[in-house]
Design a protein around this ligand. Sequence first.
Ligand code: GSH
Length: 203
Amino acid sequence: MPEYTLIYFNFKGRAEIIRWIFEYGDIPYTDERIAWEDWPEKKKDTMGGKLPVLMVDDVALTQSLAIARYVAKQAGLVPEDDLQAAYCDALADTVNDVVEEWIKLITSGKTEEDKMEEFNEVLYPKFLEPLMTRLDNRLQEREWFISDKVTWGDLLITTVMGLVRETSASVLDNFPALLAHVHKVEDLPKIKDWIEKRPETNF
Ligand SMILES: N[C@@H](CCC(=O)N[C@@H](CS)C(=O)NCC(=O)O)C(=O)O
């Protein structure tokens, strides 16, 4: 097995899904967290100048979703059926569209109060609520989101909903099937262990 080093900042952000996949698959990896103040220097030597980067031995792989998909294959979390695997990719891109909007808001430099107002008035009604409604509707009829067993799509939904819960604790209560799904994934033994032992970070 190659030696894996996942390089990111000390927050969940775009790397948490990759960490969950490594943990779920019990795949050894180094979780390297760069301090924000060290980043300008490290950025110069980082392929593409952005994180996360996954070092696979001495090969650098960029783009969080490509990395997640690659590790998910090693962890047995990509459906064998090609159409289901594509459905998983489509879910990831759909969720990512919303995450992009969210990151724009988080890094906007606005005050916490203005960010919360924009979350409630724009991000939630325009982007999150439609997504959460779609997820909730589908999960009312299914045990797992894509196939008849857990996939990286289920883990991704749960990591993003964890961020929703941290931003606005009660929002998920409006989507009971989605909330139950989040609890089910968080209770998977390897995921539960990781949530207990991971570093405390804000987002
Ligand atoms: N599409 C890329 C986006 C990567 C990205 O924007 N990373 C941010 C952190 S979430 C970053 O490296 N910011 C620091 C910088 O741009 O200098 C991915 O999904 O990996």
